[in-house]
Ligand binder design. Sequence first.
Ligand code: ZN
Length: 197
Amino acid sequence: MYATLLADTRFHDLLLAIDRDLAAACQAAGCELCGGARHSARYWRKPRGRPCRLGPEHDQRFSFCCDMDGCRKRETPPSLRFLGRRVYLAAIVVLIAMLQHGVTASRLEGLAQVVGVDRRTVERWRRWWRNMFTATPFWQTARAAFMPPVEHDRMPATLLDRFLGSQSDRLVALLRFLGPITGGLSHPARLRRGHAR
Ligand SMILES: [Zn+2]
């Protein structure tokens, strides 16, 4: 059951480890504008929906700032933990939105309560998945890789179904897939589009 996964600190440690790798690759690439070095400029988030016994390192979004005077371009790498500016963990936004399918209402209410999501938020996330996510240029391109086509009306469950392995493997694969739309401060337009928390 996915609720167990969300409560498992090892799962969150795995997401953090992958985010560290993505951040290291971003830093190694250097500034895309001037070739300057990228210095750490991580910032604090207050993510909701994760186990409270995780350390403070889980509350930081990795980000970098070019060290060249006159440039200082910020770059925020993709993340498997943070989906744009949403206050809830990306995994929560995936799982809560799909719980409707094949899951009893009481179980949905149980998990939604555990992570503190009200019904209106759940509805908003569902609409985001079906209407806004499916309209993004990212998905318009990426969808071609799925054959047969992914049904939009049961997103994100239909998308998660396309990844293989254990529950953890599939969720991690989906979160990794979403990386390009997890937003950075260097992509304000994307952030605004994904702003519906
Ligand atoms: Zn630069």
